[in-house]
Structures are given as structure tokens and as C-alpha cells.
Ligand binder design. Structure first.
Ligand SMILES: NCc1[nH]cc(CCC(=O)O)c1CC(=O)O
Length: 324
């Protein structure tokens, strides 16, 4: 924290949140700012916009980027650097995009309540006004689906081996423009992102049975410097259920040695125990890119990290390394 252009003497200094400048990232940072102001009414909260390598390269096709970016945090690294450099106090990330390995000097201090974790099928606006419905079965044979995600592609291919895929780069708005311009028959996006941007009405179908979501999808992660006073301020924003879920999911991905582009779908949940409290249960699927091979594992226990590691080790025992 600094005393920058903070309020009158005696008030606490401003807390600065580093964020990318995409509409979704800005919504998420403003959301965290509101949560902080509600939890700590005396606090002054400011946003610090950071340009990331991922954002700068967004307009170029960069075919190598998708592969290279697996797990290296193209969209998160420079936001983290702003906090490490002291230009900001907090970093707000889509947890889905945040690599699972620890970063020296930073602590994941809070995971707020999770939004929808599901993928959503979106159809072109004109198709919907002509009566198209959003079942996967209703897509024409050989339809092109906009998604660069190996996880989404592999799971959809299991259900519809005839589907073709196209990259859908750029922020949510750009992807929807490409869809409406006729570049694909359908687009897959995270429901959480559409909801946050006020675009829920574009969702034709929530894919609850078709695709297992990505690790951390729908959840936000708030980092600060290890040992900073902000750790205590953030404690009130942490949602223990969301935290346990994403801890299990992230431990699994980390033990697999995989990043956010791995063909891995997960579902963590709390299983209530008779005497009160609960245990964490994690199911994960690891797929071949063509969807023909699926390995699945599940574990349940009191410790989120241990459950995640157990699921990963079961997938590796089944030969999962060959799919990564
Ligand atoms: N990789 C991009 C990304 N990172 C987070 C979200 C959506 C919000 C979330 O999952 O929390 C998206 C867009 C998408 O997958 O449609």
C-alpha cells in the first residue's frame, strides 16, 4: 500500500488493484473493488491498468502462441509483475488463466464466491432469430465451432466426431462479432464471462452434461505480496467452498504438470458429512485431442490439495502422461 493520492491524513492509504484492460478483466477488478469497499468501508480502492503480452498480440494470428502459452501465464504475468514491483497492491485474475505453480513473493490471498463454472454454446444472432435452438445435436453435419481450447474440442468431438473447429481469439466481444459475421456455426464461451458482461441472453445452451469445465473456470483469484497487510484485508473476501474447490482442481493440474491449455476437464464439489462439515470430491477427465481416449479419476477426502494430487496420480497411473 502507498499513500499516493490517498485521502486526508488519518485515513488508510489507497489499495491499488492491477488488472488487464479488457472489458471482462475490468469488470472483474471492479467487482473485487466493490467487495473490498463493502468489507472495509474506510478503504480507498483504485484500479491500475496493465497491458499484457497476450493483449498486445491479440490482433495478430500468431499460430505458435496458443501452444507456447500453455501454462506460462500470457495474461497474468505482467499483472503479477505490477504487484511485485509495487505499482499495485493486488492482482485480480480469472483463475482459469493463472498458472498453478507458486510465484516467489506472491500469495493467492482470496478466492471469492465462484460464478458459473460451465461452458456455454452460443449461436449466431441471425440463426437464433430464425428459430435455431442450442442443442449440440442441432448443429449441421460438419459444422464449424469456434474454440481454440483443446479441452472443449476433445470433449465435443466425443459427442460429435464430425465437428470442425476454428480458433476464436480475442476478447469476448470480438469472438461474438466473428460468430455473428458467419465465421463459425457456433461458439463456445465460459458462461461466467458472458454473465459478467451482461451477455447472458446470448447463451443458447449451458453445457452441463457435454463438457467438464476447466480448472478454476468461473472463479477469480486475488493475489498480493506475501506478508503484505493486504493479506488480512483479503481474508474477508475468501469463500471457503470456492477456495477448497479450486485448491483441489489446481493441485490436480499442477501434479499433472499441465497448464490451462491441457485437455483436462474437472468438477470439484463439497460432499456433506453426516456429523456436519464436508469433504472435497474431485472428478477429472484427461482426453486425447481427438476425443477418442478419455481417462477419468475421482477422489474424495478432507484435504483439497491431497484430493487433487490423488486424482492426478490416478490419471498418470492410467497412462495419462502420453496425452499431455
Ligand atoms: N481463457 C479466456 C478466459 N478466461 C476466463 C474466461 C471467462 C471467465 C472465467 O472462466 O472465469 C475466459 C473466456 C472464456 O473461456 O470464454
Amino acid at each position: 500500500m502507498t499513500d499516493g493520492d490517498g485521502p486526508a491524513a488519518g485515513n488508510p492509504p489507497a489499495l491499488r488493484i492491477a488488472t488487464r484492460d479488457s472489458p471482462l478483466a475490468m469488470w472483474q477488478a471492479n467487482h473485487v473493488a466493490d467487495l473490498l469497499r463493502n468489507a472495509h468501508p474506510d478503504l480507498t480502492v483504485e484500479l491500475v491498468e496493465v497491458k499484457t503480452t497476450g493483449d498486445r498480440n491479440r490482433v495478430d494470428p500468431l499460430p505458435a502462441m496458443a501452444e507456447q502459452s500453455g501454462g506460462i501465464g500470457l495474461f497474468t504475468k505482467e499483472v503479477q509483475r505490477a504487484v511485485l514491483d509495487g505499482r499495485a497492491d493486488l492482482a485480480v485474475h480469472s483463475l482459469k488463466d493463472l498458472p498453478t505453480g507458486p510465484v516467489d513473493g506472491l500469495t493467492l490471498a482470496a478466492v471469492p464466491e465462484r460464478a458459473s463454472r460451465w461452458d456455454a454454446l452460443v449461436l449466431p444472432a441471425d440463426a437464433v432469430s430464425n428459430g435455431a435452438t442450442g442443442s449440440l445435436d442441432d448443429l449441421p453435419s460438419g459444422a464449424t465451432v469456434g474454440t481454440g481450447s483443446p479441452r472443449r474440442r476433445a470433449q465435443l468431438l466425443r459427442l460429435r466426431p464430425d465437428l470442425l473447429f476454428a480458433e476464436a481469439r480475442g476478447n469476448v466481444g470480438t469472438r461474438l462479432e466473428k460468430l455473428d459475421a458467419g465465421e463459425f456455426h457456433a461458439l463456445i464461451l465460459a458462461e461466467a464471462g458472458l454473465d459478467r458482461l451482461g451477455l447472458s441472453s446470448r447463451i443458447s445452451k449451458r453445457l452441463e452434461s457435454e463438457t467438464l469445465p476447466a480448472v478454476g473456470q468461473g472463479a477469480l483469484g486475488i493475489e498480493c505480496r506475501t506478508g503484505d497487510p493486504a493479506v488480512a484485508l483479503l481474508a474477508l473476501l475468501n469463500h471457503p467452498v470456492a477456495r477448497a474447490e479450486v485448491d483441489a482442481e489446481r493441485a490436480c493440474l499442477n501434479r499433472l504438470g499441465a497448464g490451462c491449455h491441457a485437455p483436462v476437464g474437472v468438477r470439484a464439489r463439497i460432499v456433506p458429512l453426516d456429523g456436519g462439515g464436508g469433504e472435497i470430491s474431485l472428478t477429472a477427465a484427461l482426453l486425447s485431442l481427438d476425443g477418442e481416449t478419455v481417462l477419468q479419476a475421482n477422489a474424495t477426502g478432507p484435504d483439497a490439495h491431497a484430493v487433487g494430487v490423488a486424482v492426478a496420480e490416478s490419471l498418470l497411473e492410467q497412462g495419462g502422461a502420453a496425452l499431455l
